[in-house]
Design a protein around this ligand. Sequence first.
Ligand SMILES: Cc1cc2nc3c(=O)[nH]c(=O)nc-3n(C[C@H](O)[C@H](O)[C@H](O)COP(=O)(O)OP(=O)(O)OC[C@H]3O[C@@H](n4cnc5c(N)ncnc54)[C@H](O)[C@@H]3O)c2cc1C
Length: 407
Amino acid sequence: MADFGGADLEAFRSEVKTWLEANYPPELRDPEAKTDPEAVWGGRAFEGSDDPQIVWMRRMAEKGWTAPTWPAEYGGGGLSPQQARVLDQELAAGRYRPALLSFGLWMLGPVLLEYGDEAQKKEHLPKIVQGKIRWCQGYSEPGAGSDLAGLQTRCEDKGDHWLINGQKVWTSYANKADWCFCLVRTDPSKKHEGISFVLIDMLTPGVETRPIRLISGESPFCETFFTDVKIPKENLVGRVNGGWEIAKRLLQYERQNISAGFGEGGTAGGAAGDLAQIARRYLGEDANGALAEADLRRRITQNKINFQALRQTIARSAAESKAGNGPSAATSIIKYAAAELAKERSELMIEALGHQGQGWEGEGFSPQEIAAVRGWLRTKANSIEGGTSEINLNVVAKRVLGLPDPK
Ligand SMILES: Cc1cc2nc3c(=O)[nH]c(=O)nc-3n(C[C@H](O)[C@H](O)[C@H](O)COP(=O)(O)OP(=O)(O)OC[C@H]3O[C@@H](n4cnc5c(N)ncnc54)[C@H](O)[C@@H]3O)c2cc1C
C-alpha cells in the first residue's frame, strides 16, 4: 500500500470524485426513486436483481469500496486510512446513498480478518464485500442478554460435524439473513471459557425464525431456533472454547459502528431537521426572532453543543482506530453518550412539535410529524442494542478507568 499524502491524496480525491459521478445510477438521485428498501442490505434475495441500489452496490463492490480498508486479496479496496477518509468525505459531499449496509461489513468481517483462518477469509470476506450474503447476529438468548456469557445454546462435537440445539432472541433481521454468526456453548462446565464462535448457513435444516411483532407494527427482530442443526467443522472461528475473546472484540466493532451513525453525515438520533427551527415554527418566536420558550431554547442549544462535541470525539476515535489496532473499550464511552444524547434529542423534538408531537397515524398529522413520533419510540432502543447503557458504563469503569469490581 503506497503511503499517500499531500498531492497524491488530492489526485486520489479527484479520481474518486470523477468515478462516483460517472458510476452513480442516475435513478438514485431522485429521492422518490423506486428501489426495494431491503436492497441496500444485499444478500441472496437480490442475486440477479437490476434494482438501481443493487447496481450501485455492485459497482462500488467491484472497486472494493464497500470495504475500503480491507485487503484487496479478500475483495477490499486496499486503501490507506487517509484514502478511505477521502472516499468517505466525497460520498458525504455528493450525498450518495450508502452502497451497502451490512452486519458482515460492520461486525463479522473485521473479526474474521483478526481471528479467521485463511480458508474462512477467502470464503466469506469477498461475499461480504460484494453484498452476496446477508448476515445476522446470534448472541442474545432468553436468559442471556447483559449477562451474555450465560448463554446456553449447545454445540456438540460429533466427530465430522458440530450439532447445535438452542434458542436465540432479538436476532435482528434473522428472517431475511442468509447466514448467522453465533455464540454457542461447547463446554457447559465453564462460563466464559466454554463458549465458541460459529458460522451457520440459515438454510441448514433445523434453523427456524419467528419474527417478533413490536408496538410499532414492525418486526425487525426474530426468535431463532436451532434444532439438531448440523454444521461443518470448518465453520468454527478461532479455537474451541475460545469464542468469548472474539465475541467481545466483535462487540467493540458493533459499538463503534452504532456510534458512527451519530457522527458527521450520520442519520441516527431521532427525526431529521433543525430542532430550533422546527420549535420556532410550531411554538412561536419572541420579539427577537428566537424561540419563545426560553427553557426549551436552552435545552435545545445544550443538546446541539453536546452532539457537536460527540461528533468531534467520534471522528477522533475513528481516526485513532483506523491508524492503530482497531476499536478499544473506549467505544463504550461513545456508545453510551451517543445513545443518551439521541434519546434526549428525540424527546426535545416531541416537545418542539407541541400538540402535533402526539400523532401516530391519521390525517391530522403530516408524514414528518408521524416519523418524528415513531423515531422517538425507536430511540428508546438505542440504550439497549449493542449492550445497554448500564453495561457500557460498567465497561468504562473497569476497562477504561481501571476501577475495581464492587464487592
Ligand atoms: C434494536 C435492537 C436490536 C438488537 N439486535 C440484536 C441482534 O441482532 N442480535 C442479538 O443477539 N441481540 C440483539 N439485541 C439484543 C440486545 O443485545 C439485548 O437486548 C441487550 O444486550 C440487553 O439484554 P436484555 O434485553 O436481555 O436485558 P437484560 O440483560 O435483562 O437487562 C435488563 C436491565 O437490567 C440492566 N442490567 C443488567 N445487568 C446489569 C448489571 N450488571 N449492572 C447494571 N445494570 C444491569 C440492564 O442495563 C437493563 O436495563 C438487540 C436489541 C435491540 C434493542
